[in-house]
Ligand binder design. Structure first.
Ligand code: NAD
Ligand code: MG
Length: 388
């Protein structure tokens, strides 16, 4: 029986992970559930999945969680805060960790799982963008197995089953849906609303990643993510817009072969790969009927003028050091300001570009240096957002 900690349990990935886990009561158990602030949603999940531990990040929610668990007659122990979460993740309460907290807030628990040698189902791409070298080294030293959950990286993982395949890798092609504004000119994006930006044509996801998909920053973060996960330089990673979202990415080998992984756009497939690997287990997602899906697969280049965030991410990766951490922090601030309707859509890349341009990237990549870069970038981006 695998004991699975689901971090970000109340979110979109959390729901998909719990759906797959519940299909396999004979082999999978949700033993730890963690969320940010949503006590009621977490309590509901505890009633349904009966974990041994529940963690709420926000200290203000602790009493309500503890009392709610007691009133429901559950044995689940209540905890709160980042330190408690990191301790639990490293403990024998779990052997598998689904890292699906959104944003840089996911880094401490992701690192704890890597250090403790867990099977790490990594959805929290921001932790790789912010601290990719450190996280990969920590996982190596800790003996952790990382299974990428981001659909593109999960596809690449499936195409690269062993070191021998990896040695022949020539190029990675990440596919992108293009988001809700695909095909639109930059000038027409000035007045788009939050509702339009989060209405993704193919995937149902949390608000932050939905906005990232609309700006193409999501693909930019994924380029950096792929660089760290698969050890491939930025100039060997390409992006192709593929509006059907059925081909989840492609891997080209030195012999001219290209492998791709296809499937319906439903994150439960990637989660089932991670939970079952190397076995294949049911996910609740049906197989792909290409004719029923319209019978065609289209590809086009990304429009970097309308969506400069993708270019900015490639630039940050090329600069290296703390530049990706600065990019990520500025983007988190800008997206949050957009979601709060404090800035317009086109101000998102403007805030990121201004922050990247203003702050020199440091080469040293200790956790302290990265935290400092993250904090500095957040301050600069807040000012830039207020000034727009
Ligand atoms: P979401 O907004 O739906 O859920 C986020 C979860 O994180 C919630 O459970 C929330 O309570 C929790 N959380 C937020 N701040 C926290 C904190 N400080 N401490 C503890 N928990 C906290 O987001 P999502 O769409 O599920 O995305 C989660 C992560 O997975 C993101 O990094 C995203 O980029 C990545 N991802 C998501 C998808 C998708 O299909 N949704 C696909 C690929 C990658
Ligand atoms: Mg993705």
């Amino acid at each position: 029986m695998k004991q699975v900690a689901v971090l970000g349990a109340t979110g979109s990935i959390g729901a998909s992970a719990l759906d797959v886990i519940a299909r396999h009561p004979d082999r999978l158990r949700a033993s730890v559930l963690a969320a940010g602030r949503q006590v009621d949603a977490l309590l509901e999940l505890c009633r349904r999945h009966r974990p041994a531990h529940a963690v709420i990040a926000d200290a203000a929610g602790f009493a309500a969680l503890r009392d709610g668990l007691r009133d429901a007659g559950l044995d689940t122990r209540a905890h709160c805060g980042d330190a408690a979460l990191a301790d639990l993740v490293a403990s024998d309460a779990c052997d598998t960790v689904v890292a699906a907290i959104v944003g840089a807030a996911g880094l401490p628990s992701t690192l704890a799982a890597a250090r403790a040698g867990k099977r790490l189902l990594l959805a929290n791409k921001e932790s790789l963008v912010l601290a990719g070298e450190l996280l990969m080294a920590t996982a190596r030293d800790g003996g952790a197995t990382i299974v990428p959950i981001d659909s593109e990286h999960n596809a690449i993982f499936q195409c690269l089953p062993d070191a021998a395949a990896h040695a022949g890798l020539a190029r990675i092609v990440l596919t992108a849906s293009g988001g809700p504004f695909r095909g639109r000119a930059r000038a027409s994006l000035a007045d788009v609303t939050v509702e339009q930006a989060v209405a993704h044509p193919k995937w149902s996801m949390g608000p932050k990643i939905s906005v990232d998909s609309a700006t193409l920053m999501n693909k930019g973060l994924e380029v950096i993510e792929a660089h760290h996960l698969f050890g491939v330089a930025g100039d060997r990673i390409d992006v192709l817009v593929h509006p059907q979202s059925l081909v989840h990415s492609l891997v080209e080998f030195v012999d001219g072969s290209t492998l791709a992984q296809l499937g319906l756009p439903d994150m439960r497939t990637a989660l089932a790969v991670g939970l079952g690997w190397p076995e294949r287990i049911a996910s609740g997602v049906s197989g792909l009927d290409l004719l029923a899906q319209g019978g065609r697969l289209d590809f086009e280049p990304p429009d970097l003028e309308a969506f400069p965030c993708l270019r900015l991410a490639f630039e940050a990766l090329a600069i290296g050091g703390t530049a990706p951490a600065i990019l990520n922090a500025a983007n988190e601030v800008a997206v949050s300001a957009f979601l709060q309707r404090r800035i317009g859509f086109l101000s998102i890349p403007a805030v990121v570009e201004s922050t990247l341009g203003a702050l020199p990237a440091a080469a040293a990549v200790s956790l302290e240096v990265l935290h400092e870069a993250d904090a500095c970038a957040r301050r600069h981006a807040e000012q830039a957002a207020s000034a727009t």
